[in-house]
Write a protein that binds this ligand. Structure first.
Ligand code: IPD
Ligand code: CA
Ligand code: CA
Length: 254
């Protein structure tokens, strides 16, 4: 059965209800550590279990790769899912976390959806069909002056104890921009670029499930997705998303 954005939204909003039920009962939330600096909760597990089951029921022809349960056999045509992106924020009762779902067919991203249940903001895109927030078409910002821009980043590199990390790069760029943000959900960071709320976002050491949906949403909103050298493509270990207008100047500082 062909994938419909409406069916996908219904499924993902149901997953959002599962997450919100636990978000509203944090004192009873089961939290554990996968490794130092990397939490997982009962909500992550419950959301992914629901999404895996619901997507298989509606679209049995596709495989599944979820952050918490791993990969099924068939990975050529697969759903790529981060059940809760921003788990640490979730455990603190902050609102900036999201559910990220992408469909990749033979290496090409076809659908992407990022839902922030606590904000009730739903971003989605279908390849060559534009990007949307709560049903309204969205576009990247038209800022062309890095000095007037607002950038966002993250520090997954510190979770991996990388020596070649983002701290020096952040300091260099922060001194050349007006606004700097660290929101805590890479999937949402990408959607904010797509929606023109920030002018660029970059991060190292992510995984494809963090960025697949958000990257398609940026591209469909007229933005760029490259590595830190400007090579186009989705590189989770070195992702840079921008409005295009500040890309060249930003690349000189990356
Ligand atoms: C995290 C968020 C965060 C990023 C971390 C990711 P998770 O996802 O995307 O913004 O900086 O590196 O791991 O672990 O909460 O799914
Ligand atoms: Ca994540
Ligand atoms: Ca996650």
């Amino acid at each position: 059965m062909p994938v419909s954005l409406n069916t996908l939204e219904t499924i993902i909003r149901e997953a959002g209800n599962i997450a919100l039920a636990q978000f509203k009962d944090l004192q009873n939330l089961q939290v554990s550590q996968k490794k130092p600096r990397d939490f997982v909760t009962a909500a992550d597990i419950a959301v992914e279990k629901f999404l895996k089951q619901a997507l298989a029921e509606h679209y049995p022809e596709y495989g599944f790769w979820g952050e918490e349960s791993g990969q099924t056999e068939d990975q050529a045509q697969r759903w790529i899912v981060d059940p809760i992106d921003g788990t640490h924020s979730f455990t603190k009762g902050q609102y900036f976390w999201s559910i990220s779902v992408a469909l990749e067919i033979n290496g090409e991203l076809i659908f992407g959806a990022v839902f922030a249940p606590a904000l009730n903001d739903y971003y989605c895109a279908k390849k060559d069909h534009g990007a949307f927030k709560n049903g309204q078409k969205i576009n990247v910002s038209n800022e062309t002056d890095l000095g007037n821009s607002m950038i966002a980043t993250g520090f997954a590199c510190l979770r991996s104890y990388l020596q070649e990390n983002n701290l020096e790069r952040f300091c260099k760029i922060a001194q050349r921009t007006t606004g700097q943000r660290r929101f805590g959900s890479a999937a949402m960071d990408l959607c904010l670029v797509a929606d023109g709320q920030v002018d660029a976002f970059w991060e190292q050491e992510l995984n494809l499930y963090d960025v697949a949906a958000g990257a398609l949403i940026v591209l469909e909103a007229g933005g760029t997705v490259t590595d830190f050298k400007g090579n186009t493509g989705v590189f989770p270990k070195q992702i840079l998303a921008s409005n295009g207008g500040i890309l060249e100047e930003l690349l000189t500082l990356m």
